[in-house]
Design a protein around this ligand. Structure first.
Ligand code: NVA
Length: 195
């Protein structure tokens, strides 16, 4: 709070990359500065803006009615992609292992901000989730701060790797997306990321 108040007197805005989302909210409250979340445990909105800008370029602006599958962890990147996609009329299929789903409040928020009939559907089977989608997105299985869970997550997520067989179930022109840095051989194969 003290740091936030001091920054509030000397800066015009702040960009914060941290762990707890609450720290970003509290900084904004106490600094009274426009505060941009550059990644927290819960959300990664700047990543979603960049991803949707990329997709808008690749799809020449035709976003409404598209479908994106997110395969892996229902994490910060997945949350913000769901928020942004819903607002732009893009439906999301999210495939996660049990226990790694999107938080319930994010599922509710998705319904609240959805436009043009976009919907969020949750899956445990990655094959069912990627069927007929226009893009397949994945992220690391172990995010920053979760390193002690690495071995357990690697085991639980092994079925969620994005490989040629999985991409083969999406639309023939489907794009592959990853926020980076990627762990080749874990959440994505070399062949898919180089394709
Ligand atoms: N989910 C990852 C994204 C990194 C850009 C993390 O939070 O570490």
């Amino acid at each position: 709070r003290d740091t936030a108040r001091v920054f509030g007197r000397i800066a015009h805005g702040a960009i914060i990359r941290t762990f707890a989302q609450q720290d970003v909210v509290e900084f904004a409250d106490f600094s009274q500065l426009p505060t941009i979340n550059a990644l927290s445990n819960e959300e990664h909105p700047c990543q979603a803006l960049a991803d949707l800008q990329t997709l808008a370029e690749r799809w020449q602006g035709a976003l409404e009615g598209r479908r994106i599958a997110f395969v892996g962890d229902g994490n910060d990147v997945c949350t913000s992609l769901v928020h942004a996609a819903m607002m732009l009329g893009i439906s999301m299929h999210v495939a996660t292992p049990k226990g790694y789903e999107l938080p319930d409040e994010v599922v509710d928020q998705a319904a609240d901000v959805s436009q043009h009939g976009a919907g969020l559907t949750e899956f445990t089977d990655p094959k069912a989730a990627v069927r007929d989608v226009d893009a397949v997105y994945t992220d690391v299985w172990t995010s920053m701060g979760q390193e002690v869970e690495y071995a357990e997550r690697k085991r639980k997520f092994s079925r969620y790797q994005v490989n040629d067989a999985l991409m083969g179930l999406a639309r023939p022109d489907a794009l592959f997306m990853h926020c980076l840095p990627a762990h080749r051989g874990e959440e994505v194969t070399d062949e898919v990321i180089e394709s």
